[in-house]
Design a protein around this ligand. Sequence first.
Ligand SMILES: [Zn+2]
Length: 175
Amino acid sequence: MSQQDGKCFKPSFYIVFTVYHCCRITFKTNNTINKILTPKPPKLTSDKQYQQSGVYCVTFPDCRMKYIGQTGRPFHKRFQEHFHDFKYNIRKSKFATHLLDHNHSIGPINEVMNILHTSNKGRSLDTIERLHIFRQTRLQTQINDRNTGKPNAIFDVICSLDPSLSVSSTAIHPT
Ligand SMILES: [Zn+2]
């Protein structure tokens, strides 16, 4: 390596070193600092899928547990509301409450939110939401509510046809 190469390499090494250590500090800090440094949800005016409404699933990056929800407004608006509640310690829904109780972080919408079904608000949306909560309850990966997955014979049949649900899960939220 020439001296010039060495000079070129050194600053970038220090940048990487500094970024690495900043990231570590960010990751290890407690709730308050962690929340301040949590990335804001990106503006998604160009991402058409999040401008629709329907049923969504958010997977929490720290524990891989899932929150199922529905909205009659754009998905990105609903996500911003969840994020707002988390940021300002508002425990209106299980979403923010779970993040706050377990000192979790949350990622940007395109990394954590999966759209399960798109539709306008209505009774069919309620049913589809309940089915997905039922499904995640079987997998023991939902944080909506332990009592939300009530017995349902039709959902049982639907889930019995889903091979990914045939083996009972032993997933337990890390304490
Ligand atoms: Zn969790």
